[in-house]
Design a protein around this ligand. Structure first.
Ligand code: APR
Length: 254
């Protein structure tokens, strides 16, 4: 796959597409100051992913919760959406983008104004009890004392994002499969394609005839396997360039 900087072709595809889906990973939040999980500066290069293995977490909440709080709450606290999140939100308003399916739990797509967002790996915004049906969005309050416990049954509360060994939230799974069934254009932005079953979604879109555009500074598992247009670079920079090209093309068509 030679590097294809053909922004004009991709801009034309975006303008013609009747349904476009963005599939995002940790890379789209790197320019917001949130490190990715793998590759340069990746979280799993410094921390043991064991803390997000469900069995290990349930047996060692006093060990896991301080690290989880540092990594996914304290560190996320002051992070803001970057140009990439904001452009996707505006494209939704301009009906250039139908839905964002994100693997991220940082809530930055919502903060940028995207309304139609599927959180395939859940969210850090809620804590849930696995023993009863208690849940809360008052994460700051419950994280004052670790590990947070359920007010109903005293069990340890868990972040409402998917741990290794846990299933995908049913509604997110169904909405993602529906999106991939008939999208004409899939934008894969900032994901290594390492984690299943999320990493299977682009293959479903491809099988259903979607054109695949990938935005990533480094080649990923998708680049030589199913990507049609590989725009090599940072999400914020590439999307700014694409956005400029789209509006240039729209002026030409007027
Ligand atoms: N713009 C776009 N992509 C970037 C940028 C950037 N500025 N910086 C890095 N990337 C790319 C990296 O090259 C890499 O391909 O983002 C990707 C990040 O890959 P991962 O860290 O593996 O993140 P992701 O694919 O989202 O991981 C999937 O793994 O640990 C689990 O649940 C976690 O949702 C996560 C899942």
């Amino acid at each position: 796959m030679e590097v294809n900087h053909d922004f004009k072709t991709v801009a034309t595809l975006l303008l013609k597409s009747k349904k476009t889906v963005a599939f995002t990973g940790a890379g789209i939040s790197v320019e917001s100051g949130i490190p990715p999980f793998r590759g340069n500066g990746g979280i799993w290069n410094q921390y043991d992913p064991k803390i997000l293995e469900l069995d290990f977490f349930m047996q060692n909440p006093h060990h896991c919760w301080p690290l989880i709080k540092t990594l996914f709450y304290d560190f996320f606290d002051d992070k803001q959406p970057n140009a990439a999140h904001r452009i996707l939100a505006r494209w939704e308003k301009e009906q250039l983008l139908t839905v964002v399916i994100t693997q991220n739990i940082d809530h930055l797509h919502h903060l940028a104004g995207s309304k139609n967002v599927v959180e395939f790996h859940g969210t850090s915004q809620r804590l849930v009890c696995l023993e009863c049906d208690f849940f809360t969005e008052d994460t700051p309050g419950y994280l004052l004392k670790l590990p947070p416990t359920c007010p109903n049954c005293r069990s340890v509360l868990k972040p409402d994002f998917v741990f290794f060994g846990e299933g995908i939230p049913r509604e997110a799974y169904v909405r993602s499969m529906e999106a991939m069934a008939d999208t004409q254009l899939l934008l894969i932005i900032g994901t290594s394609g390492e984690v299943s079953p999320a990493n299977q979604l682009p293959y479903i879109a491809k099988r259903n005839g979607a054109a695949i555009v990938e935005i990533n500074p480094e080649p990923s598992n998708y680049t030589n396997a199913l990507t049609d247009f590989y725009l090599q670079g940072k999400a914020g920079e590439i999307l700014l360039e694409l956005d400029r090209m789209i509006h240039h093309e729209q002026q030409l068509q007027q």
